[in-house]
Design a protein. Structure first.
Length: 323
């Protein structure tokens, strides 16, 4: 399946940067798009709600100016993530703001909301929906989404448990639309591997936290550099939904990351830190299994250049290994 038309000839690599709570701001999105990958942010990061219009105007203005000054550069489109759940009382407002700005790509999470999809399609936008299993993928397709983001084992933050080898293969058997793959993708070789599996693009987050433009604490970025896959813990304690976190940040909060209790959903609210004063995402830091590939904290442009070099090297190496 080809990459969606809105992205064709506008990418330096087949990557959509995942929208990360707190981390993804206009500065990061703009840097991602200038580097030739789709930048994104959760609408809920713009607070209060009126800031969403301000953020979108800033992103559009700066990208247009950059493109005018660099007519031959590949400047990627951007995306806004909508949390489609009854607890999000901003959803209609945010969808309407995105419609006024004609945001080219909408990413829906939790549910494939018909109103959000209808609004995006009204001006020619596309909707990508994240799913962790076959049932969620099928329901999203029935609602009319344009593409799927398969969030597999090893993804940072809220992640599924299925192997990407299994989930991509099963979804591809009944869906010929765009598939983005998430889960431990943090170097150029893994981007190529995602395509070899049947996905069209990589969906990456953890690698971009450790960049200069990301809105993350310096300690968070350094912790990613110093961590490996074994330093990640998968737990439902902090948000009520299973997610991957850096063990060192959990230990810093006063808990033993190797002996965490399950979440008591009846007594906790989103954003609580279990039995500590720590808060998820602010103090308990999300990360995926790909953190072992992170060795420094470059600018976004430098990061994408490195990924491109790794991608090309992996492609060349593969040619010599074909049977």
């Amino acid at each position: 399946m080809p990459i969606p038309a809105v992205m064709q000839n506008r990418l330096s690599l087949p990557i959509v940067a995942s929208p990360m709570f707190i981390i993804s701001t206009p500065e990061l999105v703009i840097a991602e798009c200038k580097a030739g990958i789709v930048g994104s942010f959760p609408a809920l990061n713009a607070r209060p709600a009126e800031m969403l219009d301000v953020w979108l105007t800033q992103i559009e203005t700066e990208l247009a100016a950059y493109k005018e000054a660099n007519p031959h550069a590949k400047v990627a489109p951007f995306a806004v993530n909508q949390i489609c759940h009854k607890t999000n009382d901003r959803l209609r407002h945010d969808a309407d703001v995105c419609t006024r700005h004609q945001v080219p790509i909408i990413i829906t999470s939790l549910q494939a909301d018909p109103y959000v999809i209808e609004q995006a399609h009204s001006y020619g936008g596309i909707v990508l929906h994240d799913a962790t299993n076959i049932r969620h993928a099928e329901k999203a397709i029935e609602c009319g989404v344009d593409g799927l983001i398969l969030v597999c084992a090893g993804a940072g933050g809220h992640a599924g448990t299925l192997s990407p080898l299994a989930l991509v293969s099963e979804v591809r058997s009944f869906f010929d639309g765009p598939i983005l793959l998430s889960g431990a993708i943090a170097n150029g070789a893994s981007i190529l591997a995602a395509q070899a599996m049947g996905a069209d693009m990589a969906y990456m987050g953890t690698r971009f936290i450790a960049t200069q433009e990301a809105n993350a604490e310096p300690e968070y970025k350094q912790m990613l550099v110093e961590s490996a896959a074994e330093d990640i813990v998968y737990s439902s304690l902090f948000s009520g939904v299973p997610a991957n976190y850096l063990k060192a940040s959990v230990a810093k909060s006063g808990l033993d990351p190797d002996n965490l209790p399950s979440a008591d959903k009846s007594t906790m609210s989103f954003g609580s830190g279990g039995n500590t004063e720590a808060k998820v995402w602010r103090d308990i830091w999300g990360a995926g299994h790909g953190t072992g590939s992170i060795r420094h904290i470059p600018s976004m442009a430098e990061c994408i250049a490195q990924l491109r070099s790794e991608y090309d090297a992996a492609y060349e190496a593969l040619q010599g290994k074909r049977f």
